[in-house]
Unconditional design. Sequence first.
Length: 429
Amino acid sequence: MKKRVLFPAILLAIISLMLVWYYFFKEVENTTITVYPTRGQFNSTVTTTGEMQAESSIDIHGPANVRQARIWQMKISKLVPEGTVVKEGEFVAELDKSEIAEKVNDLQLSLEKTESQYLQSRLDSALTLSNARDELENIKYAMEEKQLIMQQSSFEAPAIIRQAEIDYEREKRNLNQKTKNYETKVAQAVAKLQEIGTELSKHKSRLTIYLKTMGEFTILAPANGMVIYRKEWNGKKITEGSTIGAWDPVVATLPDLTSMKSVTYVNEVDIQKVKVGQTVDIGLDADPDKKLTGKVATVANIGEQLKNADSKVFEVTIKVNEKDTTLLPSMTTSNKILVAAVDDAVFIPLECVHSEIIKDDNSEKKITYVFKANGSGVIKQQVRLGLMNENEVVVEKGITIEDELMVTIPEDADEIEISYLNNDKESSQ
């Protein structure tokens, strides 16, 4: 009796399970997603990621005369944190002074040595010229003595008179010669002192420059503002421990936060669509609720290869319309550049659009189509496309807003014939 009751129950349970499995999976397999075209304004945009920057800023420079001090690289030993608000004249950075301090010490030693040489030359010249002047005085006395002897010998024999004249002339020539020698020694002393004096002046002037430059190694803010670290050519920020060059000794900037721009890069495929003056919707990653607007200010004519980029990109600058002091440099922005718009357009999701290569008279053509519900069936309807954005595309010909379109591809898609535009297999591309 129990077996008779148990067997029909088991059989009924199996049949129920089979029915549930059949209807459930059959419904899943036959599930299709359909949409209807949308009519209205269609916007074609180019979406990029950018970085907020100030349109203008004041550079915070290091020493201005560092090249005259023959220093070509300077290491930043101290630097205030980025974002610090400073007032004019407040401390911003400190450069390593070890190299210039060594130069100052060497120059001071050279200066002391040159000053000693100058003093010694003056003393030597004074002594030499003093001896030369004494010698000239002695020769003058000797010449006067010879002159007296010559005068007294006027009553002597002719030979004695002649000898006295010769002695006088000899002393006279000697005086002339010593006078010329003295003038030469004076000129030599003056030239030597001028040479050492010139070298001394050079050392003093250079030491003045070195000391002034060393004072400028302590960098102060040239104006009120927020300190923003400067970026090097490779995009790396100049921070504490970085090295700056003598030709461009900028350690940081003070941006004007009342006028901002977003700098972005557009790939070479989309750059032809971007023009100066186009409107832009700007979003901030740091504040998704804040919406900004802007306009394309500049578009680069030459592309560049950025690091880790597969293709060339073109720099585009977008001026932000709003004045908002909460906007800070280096903030990441999402930019939607409106490159084209149609006021009254019929558009559909990109997922509805498919393409196929067909052969016609020994040639191949690419056609674009959609799967459209047609009564109790589905047809492939060729369409002509227009503007496209990231999610949707305008359909210029082939469908109406009443048509029901399939997002999913039917199982028998390969067996469905294509309904061509104008019934002549005209390609929409």
